[in-house]
Design a protein around this ligand. Structure first.
Ligand code: ATP
Ligand code: MG
Length: 393
């Protein structure tokens, strides 16, 4: 079947009242971006509550569907045929030709669902449904009408031209990126944080990312892996500005000055502080982490509270209540898993103590951090100012 157009359906953004056009415009923008590399020279337009992508050249349906499958805000993708209005007899022929090509086996149940935007059309929707239903039954006697649960719902939309479609390929849902603020993802090379970034982007949030690098304890390959992960998340979230912070001196200083069983918590507190400073500079309103309750010593509820204490911005932890396997399932679905499990050292694990505290005492943590007073502020400033930026897309 040679489709010329895709009708793109959206769900949640349809209920945004007066701001609806903002959501539609953001979605159109994301769709254009996603279809740009696909052959077909698509023209994307919106028209009374729906979005069309019309191809000006032949295109591969699978490629277009794959690209649109990563655009948040889309609930369904309908491959569509548009025909000129050359009278009802011609329309009948077009409908038969459409079903002939799209459904090689004809033993399906169906219903015709006609809608007239062009109220001058000489028949009512009901008359069109009946007449086309009859024409289909005559052409394909193996078919049956089922008005309640049809296998094929044939949509016939009478506008200046006539749209025919019957397939709805599910989209990813969510809201178009760019409609819900901006947040800074703490992106490590693990499984959880890319999933966390994906989940927040899915709600329409533009994301940036920060990675704490500790050369020579962590290699360039570890950094490359994080860039690769940011690129994979960017397939959904749009271009991601990744800030790479050199964390080595801070880590060594903490290692020298503080009790080793508190290292991870204190390190995590400095990560959050630095991430928040960069987030403020970049006009983000929130932070995102891949933390999940109880996964490791630094993610007990007490440890999370101790880490959280240093932030004033809200910290979004979308996988907080997920089991590891549930996070793995999403990472496989979105295509980050294979990269996440490549074995490169992580700056958190290098300095990790044999017996890290699992119930940190916040007063003791404060006292330990006082030992850093002499140099830490300047070190943090140096780390923030010296961060390297890579735009990942
Ligand atoms: P992940 O699989 O996301 O690496 P994890 O199970 O390894 O998570 P931790 O190492 O305790 O857990 O990290 C918890 C969260 O802290 C991560 O999900 C991430 O958001 C952030 N984080 C940890 N290490 C780094 C790092 N080197 N750079 C940036 N963020 C980090
Ligand atoms: Mg990690």
């Amino acid at each position: 079947m040679n489709y010329q157009s895709l009708l793109i359906k959206y769900a949640e953004i349809g209920i945004k009242g007066k701001n609806r056009y903002l959501f539609e415009d953001a979605l159109v923008k994301q769709i254009r971006f996603a279809l740009k590399p696909i052959e077909g020279s698509f023209v994307v337009s919106k028209e009374s509550g729906r979005i069309y992508a019309n191809a000006e050249a032949p295109f591969e349906l699978d490629d277009a569907v794959e690209a649109l499958g990563r655009v948040f805000g889309i609930s369904g993708i309908c491959p569509m045929v548009q025909v000129d209005d050359l009278g009802f007899e011609a329309l009948k022929d077009e409908v038969i030709r459409y079903l002939e090509q799209v459904y090689p086996k004809k033993d399906f149940t169906f219903k015709v669902n006609a809608r007239r935007a062009n109220k001058n059309y000489p028949m009512t929707s009901e008359e069109i449904n009946c007449a086309l239903g009859e024409a289909v039954l005559n052409a394909f006697p193996e078919t049956k009408v089922d008005v309640h649960h049809p296998q094929v719902m044939l949509h016939v939309e009478i506008r200046s031209r006539i749209n025919l479609y019957s397939q709805v390929i599910p989209g990813p849902g969510g809201m178009p990126v760019g409609t819900n603020g901006r947040a800074m993802l703490l992106l490590s090379g693990g499984i959880d944080s890319p999933v966390a970034g994906y989940m927040i982007a899915k709600r329409g949030v533009v994301i940036e990312a920060v990675y704490f690098h500790a050369p020579p304890y962590t290699s360039d390959r570890a950094k490359e892996k994080v860039v690769d992960l940011a690129r994979l998340v960017a397939r959904y979230a749009g271009p991601i500005k990744l800030h790479i912070v050199n964390f080595t001196d801070i880590q060594l200083y903490i290692y020298d000055q503080c009790p080793h069983e508190e290292l991870t918590i204190i390190m995590r507190r400095y990560m959050m502080r630095i991430a928040e400073q960069i987030a403020q500079k970049e006009k983000c309103q929130a932070l995102i982490t891949g933390e999940s309750i109880g996964q490791v010593a630094s993610q007990t509820v007490q440890s999370l509270a101790a880490t959280n204490e240093v932030c004033t911005m809200p910290v979004f932890r979308p996988v907080i209540g997920f089991d590891k396997q549930e996070i793995v399932d999403i990472s496989e679905k979105i295509g980050t898993f294979e990269t996440s499990i490549q074995p490169f050292e992580d700056c958190c694990t290098i300095f990790v103590a044999k017996h890290p505290v699992t119930k940190p005492n916040i007063h003791m943590i404060h006292r330990s951090e006082e030992k850093l007073a002499e140099r830490i502020e300047e070190m943090v400033r140096t780390a923030v100012e010296g961060s390297e930026v890579v735009v990942c897309q």
